[in-house]
Design a protein around this ligand. Sequence first.
Ligand code: ZN
Length: 459
Amino acid sequence: MCVDDLTGRISSALSGIDWPAAPPPDAAQALALQFQLGLSEWYDGASLAALQFRQLEVLLRHAHATVPYYRERWHGLYDPSASLDAARFARLPLLTRSALQQQFGALTSSAPPTAHGAPSETRSSGSTGTPVRVLKTPVSQLVWQAVMLREHLWHRRDFGAKLAVIRRVGEPGERAGWGEYIGGIIPAGRAAALPISVEIGRQLDWLAAQQPDYLLTYPTNAAGLARRSIERGVRLAGLRQVMTIGEIVTPELRALCRDAWDAPVKDAYSAQETGYLALQCPDRDAYHVQSETVLVEVLDRRGNPCAPGETGLVVVTPLHAFAMPLVRYVVGDYARVGALCPCGRGLPVLERIMGRTRNTLVLANGERYWPYFGTHRFVDLAPILQHQFVQTGYDVIEARLVTARPLTGAEEDDFVQHVRSCLPAPFEIRIRLVPGIPRDPGSKYEDFVSELAGAGGAG
Ligand SMILES: [Zn+2]
């Protein structure tokens, strides 16, 4: 299904009017956005960049006028009366994750547009194990949903089919529809959800009972399920696609899902702070940057843009984030830049997202878990800036923490109790305060490493 295929399937809000449909206001807005995205994805690079910079100019003026952090940092580098071009933009400093952690107040706009709705806070453990908080308006959600719908259309998903979701958040159970946004536009099938904390063998039992058409989960979890499926000879005959989010997809994972279920992996690259960055191309494994909603740069060690074939640091500017503008934000992943896509879309190409994969927690009985440490709660427990967990024994996990100051005894106790409550078996948690957890561009940073996992993870 592509955007044209929606015609004839859209729910109408007017009785007696079945075709062409007269959708309700929210759906009409969603479809208006999708109509534009359906056109702009075919624009060439120069046309897309020109439109991006129009929006970027508005965002930067707003950031300069209402965000103390930028007003101070951009002194002498930014002139709101001058027109913006790539060279001027490239002079602006990068925004690091630690600056975002420590400068929450200074990065908050004093005057977010009232028409964008009330800002609210989002917390994320991020992809480098560093908790961050950002403010977003409902516009960010609107943008997120527009890209989500585009992803469904690109991969020609059947909205009448059954979707199974295994992830950290969300209510377990089964319900009608694929969420309010999709359901408001087109009648959708059923969706069932299970928390990621369930042991992998039991996840597979659940999937076998559900027999979904689509599975949405994290790549390493998909890998665990595929391996277990092969091992136990469990078939998911109806599975059409494995939809992945949140981690790096490797060619090994794609092969594994083919072997286990004869299903392709369709990945989306996003970060909680910034929204979607890129979607997998409908025709191949590379990714298209979502240029209508974010400006993505991939920079080498000197801060210059990488050429096709080169790998560099992903830096992103969400174009519609006015409550807390993130200008040239360093997400923490590395990506390899691709050449123009043979599919014909002009959206820039990321050939691979490199990043890193988490490993699995191994119990003495051989069971493997996808560990979840409830990192979004850390900011409530203690001034933890960064964390890394290392399983050093079948019942021991070392928590390496970077903190703003030494922890009190009560904070340590609360932290240990919280971490224990997230684990599937009793563990001794040993806290070790460290000055920093270094990240080497050439190697992977993992916020959980099991020294017992052998090959570890799912890569
Ligand atoms: Zn393409």
